[in-house]
Design a protein around this ligand. Structure first.
Ligand SMILES: [Zn+2]
Ligand SMILES: [Zn+2]
Length: 346
């Protein structure tokens, strides 16, 4: 089968490869991938910037973790959706026995598996995954939107943690796929105004943000973001700030523009940055990290799509063949694309 593979450690070293179709082991299912999206994580893997948890990234590695498909075969002892079922796929599975797994929060498992990062992923014609991670799809959820279930479940997780209120002013820093999915969900949840901030080069993504209902979508630096935020809120600041840009400046900007008693959420991948801790205290802030999602979030994400409250497929800006995945990485990096969708079997 064709697959997009990290072939060796270091920067770059990614290519289309031809590998055997995997055989489902005990408890696993073999899924034929229909649609598979490229994520910013693949850029980190390409640039050798991704650092995992306890488990190392096995190389060579098939990347990709945002996919939908059809069950082809169940491995020994696997109880899951029958062959022929249309499914979405949870990216993460836990060890099942640590404290966090026992609480159902296997997104926090130190020994987690994540397809496309600790084991073979979904930018391929086929993938084997634990049958328990499959999500049968209702009729109204097509393969395109189901390929967004993984990032969308993370948005559900954000809303679960932040409990946003109608009329709450909100800023989203970073108009990438995760930022724009948050935009759709927070708009449906009644937040107002919602302002999206980007950097030079983000113009196309900001245009999409406006189409998706952002009250404003602007290229700004840190101080301009602050000016705009104060202007939109009569000097109070943003009640909810979603940092989905993954740059140190974005985290600092979030802290600048969040209102007293506000909530800021860090979703972008930033290793470290200088923060004025006194501001965290003086603003009586809630500062949350949100990482990945578990099954209850996926269930809710399916409902969001089913009811049309969120339309993730509107983020698809390009469709490509798997053979062109490397140029997809380039287009994602220079912000030409929002979501690139691959149909690996075609
Ligand atoms: Zn992703
Ligand atoms: Zn665990």
């Amino acid at each position: 089968m064709k697959a997009f593979i990290k072939t060796a450690p270091g920067v770059g070293n990614m290519a289309l490869g031809e590998v055997p179709v995997p055989v489902p082991g005990p408890g696993e299912a073999l899924v034929r991938i229909e649609q598979s999206g490229m994520c910013g994580t693949e850029i980190l893997v390409h640039d050798d910037l991704y650092r995992g948890r306890k488990r190392p990234m096995p190389i060579p590695l098939i990347v990709g973790h945002e996919a939908s498909g059809e069950v082809l075969e169940l491995g020994p002892g696997a109880s899951g959706p029958k062959p022929g079922t249309r499914v979405g796929i949870e990216a993460v599975s836990g060890c099942g026995s640590c404290f966090h797994c026992m609480r159902g929060n296997y997104n926090l498992c130190p020994d987690w598996h994540h397809i496309g990062l600790t084991k073979a992923g979904a930018l391929a014609e086929f993938v084997t995954v634990p049958a328990s991670t499959l999500l049968p799809l209702p009729e109204e959820v097509n393969f395109d939107s189901a390929a967004f279930l993984e990032p969308l479940a993370t948005v559900v997780h954000t809303l679960e943690r932040t409990r946003p209120a109608p009329g709450q002013p909100c800023a989203i820093i970073g108009p990438g796929p995760l930022g724009l999915l948050h935009l759709q969900a927070l708009r449906s949840a009644g937040l107002s105004p919602i302002v999206v901030f980007g950097r030079p080069g983000d113009e196309k993504r900001l245009e999409l943000a406006r189409e998706l209902g952002a009250d404003a979508a602007l290229v700004t630096n840190r101080s301009e973001a602050q000016e705009h935020s104060m202007r939109f809120t009569d000097g109070i600041g943003m009640g909810l700030v979603i940092e989905a840009a993954g740059s140190p400046e974005a985290v600092q900007t979030a802290l600048d523009i969040v209102s007293a008693e506000g909530t800021m959420v860090t979703l972008g991948i930033v290793r470290s940055t200088e923060i004025d801790a006194l501001t965290v205290m003086r603003k009586d802030l809630t500062w949350l990290g949100v990482v990945a999602a578990v099954r209850r979030h996926f269930a809710e994400a399916i409902r969001w799509i089913r009811t049309g409250k969120v339309q993730p497929q509107r983020l698809i800006t390009h469709r490509m063949r798997l053979a062109d995945a490397l140029s997809g990485v380039r287009m994602m990096r220079n912000c030409e694309a929002v979501k690139i969708m691959f149909a690996p079997g075609v």
